[in-house]
Design a protein around this ligand. Structure first.
Ligand SMILES: [Zn+2]
Length: 144
């Protein structure tokens, strides 16, 4: 029996059980049939948070706002990282203006902020944008 991994669907929050050796096969959500593993960041909303921090893949959240220049210049870096991390780490963007309650709950003081979650808990945080090589190094140092 292959090891099963629990991975929330970015579309419907349904928790999928996927064989660990089949993650490269573009698995679809058992509930809504959307792709479970994306090669791009998905949008994280307040109501999705509790479901999305769960599961066996780490979740990296980019906290941003529309008025924030550095956030906007970091966006393409984050997207590139997502293409390199498919199946290893899930990447999400949190609009801090549209989700003020969650931003406050996460203690966001400056943006952009990157927060890495593993098994539902915050394990690392980085304030400010990073170039892609540094971002990948930082994630590597976190075991990703
Ligand atoms: Zn789904």
């Amino acid at each position: 029996m292959p090891e099963l991994m629990l991975i929330p669907c970015p579309q419907c929050n349904g928790l999928n059980r996927l064989p660990a050796d089949r993650l490269d096969d573009q698995p679809k959500c058992g509930r809504c049939k959307a792709p479970v593993l994306l090669d791009k960041p998905f949008e994280l909303k307040q109501g999705d948070y509790a479901s999305q921090v769960k599961g066996d893949l780490p979740l990296l959240v980019d906290v941003w706002a529309d008025w924030c220049g550095p956030c906007k210049s970091f966006a393409p870096v984050f997207e590139q990282a997502a293409t390199q991390l498919t199946g290893k780490c899930r990447l999400a963007k949190l609009d801090s203006e549209a989700n003020q309650q969650l931003s406050a709950q996460l203690g966001i003081r400056s943006i952009p902020s990157l927060i890495l979650f593993r098994n539902g808990k915050e394990v690392a945080r980085q304030s400010g944008a990073l170039p892609l090589p540094q971002l990948m190094n930082w994630l590597r140092s976190q075991g990703i």
